[in-house]
Design a protein around this ligand. Structure first.
Ligand SMILES: *Cc1c(COP(=O)(O)O)cnc(C)c1O
Length: 495
C-alpha cells in the first residue's frame, strides 16, 4: 500500500515520502503527515526475534513506500552500525518500577542520534530519487542535542551543507563544547542571542521566505530541515517503540498483547508522537505519559485543552525540553480535529498571532490516550538521587523529569501497568547537574573531573563522545542577533 503525505494546513497535492523528506516543511508552513497510519504487517512475536536493524526495516518500509528494499536497507545499515556502543542499539534496563529504554548509545549520546544517524542517508537517497542537483542545505535550530546529532550525521556527507543555530546561553557547557568543536568542511555552528523558540522561529521564517529560496536555487542550493518536523526523523523514532515492546516480549517480561505504558520526557513533541504512531500501528500501548519540566505548556494543555505559550520561559537543568512551542503537537491537533486542515490552520494561526488556542470538547475526547505530567527541578534531582542510592543506576536530567512525573502518576492512579520510560540522554551529557543531584560535595569539581567521578560511581565507562571533546579545539565562534540569521546563512554559502 502506497503512503502519501499531505500538509496539516491545506488540501494541497499529496507528496511521496521522499519528497516530504526533501522539503521538510510544506509550502503552506504546515507539517507533512501520512494520509493514514499503516498497521504492522508482521506479528509482535516475529519482531521479538529480530535485530534492531530488521525491526527498523519492517517499520520504515510501511511509511517510506517509494524507497526500494535495497535503498532502505542501505540507509539502515549505514545508520545503525558501530557508531552505537551496543549491538542492541536501544537496550532496556530495569530499575525500580520501570524499564528505561536507553536511547543514548549513539555518536552524540542523546536520543536525537536514533533519527539523525539515518536522516542524512534518507535525504541523499531522496535527492537522487527526485533528480535533485542542487546542494542541500540543512538549517537547524537546536535546544542543545539536535544540533550536535545533526552535525555528526551530516558532516562531510557529499552534496550537503549544514548550519546549526543554538541559543548562546541556553545549552549545557558540554552541549556547547560538542557543537563548537565539530569538524567537517560543510558544517557551520552559530550561537544566537535569544532562546530556543527564537532560533526555531528564525529558521521557520527563512524556510518560509520564497524570494530567498529562488535566490538560493539560482546559486545551486536548496534548504531542507533536520528538525523534528521532518518526517524523516519521525519515522525512525517509531522503530524503537516497536522494538522495545518486542524486546520485553522476547525476554518474557510481558505476555503477547499485554498493554504497557510509555513515559516520554517531552519538548518539541516528536518523541512522544512517535510512540503514538506506534500505538496506532498496533503496538499494545495503554497510556502515553507526556512529561514536562517547569515549562509545562503541554501539562496545562492536557489538563485544560488550552495551549498557552504566553508565559515566562524558564531555563532548567533539562534544557532540551525548555520549549514553549512544541512544533510536533500540530500533527496530533490535525488528527484530533478529524484531519481538517482548515481547522488546524486556524488554531496554528491563533498560536502565531495570540500565542494561544483552545481545542473543542470533541477534540479533547480524542486525547484519552495521553496523560500530562510534569516535574519540578527539585523533584527531578530527588529522582536522580533516589535511583542512584537504591539501584546504583544513574539517569540524566531529562530522563529524570519523566521518571519523577511517572512516580507522581503512579502514586495518584495506582496504575500497575508495566511501563517504559524513554531515557533520552546519557548522564555524561549533563554531568554537572547529575552529580550535584547525587551529592552537593561535587559542586566544586571541574567538568572533566566530574566525568571521571561519574564513571567511578556508576561503574560505566566514559563514552567516546565525551573523551573526544576533552582536548578538541574550538572551530566555530560565530555569534549573531536573532534578526541576523538570514545574513549569516548567506555569508556561509557565499551568496
Ligand atoms: C530533544 C530532547 C528531548 C525532547 O524530545 P522531543 O522529541 O523534542 O519532545 C528530551 N530529552 C532530550 C535529552 C532531548 O535531547
Amino acid at each position: 500500500m502506497e503512503i502519501l503525505y499531505k500538509s496539516t494546513r491545506s488540501d494541497s497535492q499529496p507528496v511521496t515520502a521522499s519528497q516530504a523528506i526533501l522539503k521538510g516543511l510544506a509550502d503552506d508552513g504546515g507539517l507533512f503527515v501520512p494520509m493514514q497510519i499503516p498497521a504492522l504487517d508482521v506479528s509482535l512475536e516475529q519482531l521479538a526475534t529480530m535485530s534492531y536493524q530488521q525491526v527498523a526495516y519492517e517499520v520504515m518500509k510501511l511509511y517510506l513506500t517509494d524507497f526500494t528494499k535495497e535503498e532502505l536497507e542501505a540507509c539502515i545499515t549505514k545508520a545503525y552500525d558501530s557508531k552505537f556502543d551496543t549491538e542492541a542499539i536501544a537496550p532496556l534496563t530495569e530499575a525500580g518500577d520501570a524499564y528505561y529504554l536507553e536511547l543514548y548509545h549513539g555518536a552524540t549520546i542523546a536520543f536525537k542520534d536514533m533519527a539523525l544517524s539515518i536522516l542524512p542517508h534518507l535525504l541523499t537517497t531522496s535527492a537522487k530519487k527526485n533528480h535533485v542537483h542542487n546542494e542541500i542545505v540543512i538549517l537547524t535550530a537546536t535546544s542543545g542535542d539536535t544540533g550536535k546529532a545533526a552535525l555528526a550525521g551530516f558532516a562531510d556527507v557529499e552534496g550537503t551543507r549544514i548550519v546549526v543555530f543554538y541559543p548562546k546561553n541556553g545549552v549545557s557547557p558540554i552541549q556547547e563544547k560538542q557543537m563548537v568543536t565539530q569538524k567537517g568542511k560543510n558544517t557551520h555552528v552559530v550561537g544566537i542571542h535569544g532562546n530556543f523558540d527564537d532560533a526555531q522561529t528564525g529558521v521557520k521564517n527563512i524556510f518560509g521566505d520564497s524570494a530567498f529560496a529562488k535566490e538560493l536555487d539560482a546559486a545551486g542550493f536548496q534548504f531542507s530541515s533536520a528538525n523534528s518536523i521532518n518526517i524523516g526523523r519521525l519515522v525512525p523514532q517509531i522503530v524503537y517503540y516497536v522494538y522495545s515492546y518486542a524486546t520485553l516480549l522476547g525476554q518474557e517480561r510481558i505476555k503477547n498483547g499485554e498493554k504497557i505504558n510509555v513515559v516520554v520526557p517531552t519538548g518539541n513533541f516528536g518523541n512522544i508522537l512517535a510512540a503514538y504512531y506506534a500505538k496506532n500501528m498496533g503496538v499494545p500501548i495503554n497510556k502515553l505519559i507526556c512529561a514536562s519540566n517547569d515549562n509545562k505548556v503541554l501539562f496545562d494543555f492536557f489538563s485544560t485543552g488550552k495551549y498557552d505559550r504566553n508565559r515566562e520561559f524558564i531555563l532548567t537543568s533539562s534544557p532540551s525540553m525548555d520549549i514553549l512551542i512544541s512544533s510536533n503537537l500540530e500533527r496530533l491537533i490535525y488528527r484530533i480535529c478529524g484531519d481538517d486542515a482548515q481547522k488546524n490552520a486556524a488554531l496554528m494561526n491563533a498560536l502565531k498571532e495570540k500565542g494561544e488556542y483552545e481545542i473543542t470538547p470533541e477534540m479533547r475526547e480524542k486525547l484519552t490516550d495521553f496523560v500530562g505530567g510534569y516535574a519540578s527541578e527539585e523533584e527531578c534531582f530527588a529522582m536522580i538521587k533516589a535511583l542512584y542510592d537504591e539501584f546504583g543506576y544513574v539517569i540524566d536530567t531529562h530522563t529524570a523529569v519523566a521518571a519523577a512525573a511517572y512516580k507522581k502518576y503512579r502514586k495518584e492512579t495506582d496504575d500497575q501497568t508495566k511501563t517504559i520510560i524513554a531515557s533520552t540522554a546519557s548522564p555524561y551529557k549533563f554531568t554537572r547537574s547529575v552529580m550535584k543531584a547525587i551529592d552537593s560535595k561535587y559542586d566544586s569539581m571541574e567538568d572533566f573531573a566530574l566525568v571521571d567521578e561519574l564513571s567511578k560511581i556508576s561503574n560505566t565507562s566514559v563514552p567516546k563522545a565525551i573523551e573526544e571533546i576533552r582536548t578538541a579545539p574550538v572551530l566555530h565562534d560565530t555569534i549573531c542577533e536573532k534578526d541576523e540569521m538570514k545574513e549569516v546563512v548567506k555569508k556561509f554559502l557565499g551568496i
